[in-house]
Design a protein around this ligand. Structure first.
Ligand code: MN
Ligand code: MN
Length: 300
């Protein structure tokens, strides 16, 4: 079950309303790398997790992400307070109110449609979707995905910190950003606490292909690094000479029943291209006024 504590995880002090900044901050409320996506990613993983340690970790972080959702949503609500009151009470002259709503970003939608929000959208008003959650139900896949998700969330917070000079918001965003660093560290530890974490899953992979680097992009700009060179790697530079890697004729084939074969060959003969024909087509004839013209000449 969930219990709610009325105190925020971090005290929110906003200097003054700023609906444009509010619309930018929605990126971390209802965006792909935002707090709702994080909470739902870890919450759903926790439900299915059988390992007691990972289940506890996922429940802790999922619940903290909901607390972050509350913090970022509270900041957005404070930033929209001014516009919300003026709009619902019509306490401003129309032109002035119009200007205050169209100051930029997605702030007009946030005011007109959502009444000051916070709405579960990203900073462009795109509604939140469960498609942001990419869990696959395997801990070595999902922990890697969680590590990447925390990395992305950290970067989005960093960008948001760089667009505001409000000291209270900067501080709160800095706290939220830092918690994503801590989460990334926990997920990295949890991944490497699984002794057999690479490759993901149970099947080991086919040994002769597992350490091959295929240099498919050729020419100036080829770079050697630890990702493609050294004793760990078997390089293939002459790619054309190496295919098909399993021998054979490199063509695709399938065993068909006699009935399937007959139907396919009938279709092939019915739709065969006659390469000796040069048929007159609608484009040659002119299908209507203007058709077939290639320059501006008067039609007679
Ligand atoms: Mn968070
Ligand atoms: Mn996090």
């Amino acid at each position: 079950m969930f219990l709610h504590n009325k105190k925020l995880q971090y005290t929110v002090r906003v200097s003054e309303p700023n609906p444009v900044l509010g619309s930018l901050l929605l990126e971390q409320f209802g965006g792909p790398d935002g707090e709702l996506a994080a909470a739902m990613r870890y919450f759903t993983q926790a439900l299915a997790e059988d390992d007691p340690g990972r289940k506890d970790l996922l429940q802790d972080i999922a619940t903290e992400e909901l607390s972050h959702l509350e913090v970022i949503g509270s900041i957005v609500a404070m930033l929209n307070k001014g516009a919300k009151g003026k709009l619902s009470e019509a306490s401003m002259e129309e032109a002035e109110l119009y200007r205050s709503l169209t100051a930029g970003g997605d702030s007009h939608t946030q005011s007109i449609l959502y009444g000051g929000g916070p709405a579960l959208t990203n900073s462009s008003g795109v509604p939140w979707t469960g498609a942001y959650i990419d869990s696959r139900g395997d801990p070595t896949c999902d922990l890697r995905s969680n590590i990447a998700a925390e990395a992305r969330a950290k970067i989005i917070y960093e960008r948001l910190i760089n667009v505001t000079d409000d000291p209270g918001i900067k501080e709160a965003l800095g706290f939220l950003m830092t918690r994503e660093i801590a989460h990334q560290k926990s997920f990295e530890k949890a991944l490497y606490a699984i002794e057999e974490n690479f490759p993901p899953g149970k099947l080991p992979g086919i040994e002769k292909y597992a350490s091959v680097y295929v240099n498919t992009s050729r020419g100036a700009g080829d770079v050697n690094g630890p990702w493609n060179s050294g004793k760990e790697w078997q390089r293939i530079d002459d790619v054309e000479a190496s295919i098909p890697v399993n021998g054979g004729d490199g063509m695709a084939s399938v065993q068909l029943t006699e009935m399937d074969q007959i139907a396919l060959s009938e279709m092939a003969s019915r739709t065969q291209s006659q390469i000796s024909l040069n048929p007159t087509t609608g484009a040659d004839l002119g299908a209507g006024p203007g058709a077939g013209r290639t320059k501006k000449t008067a039609r007679s």
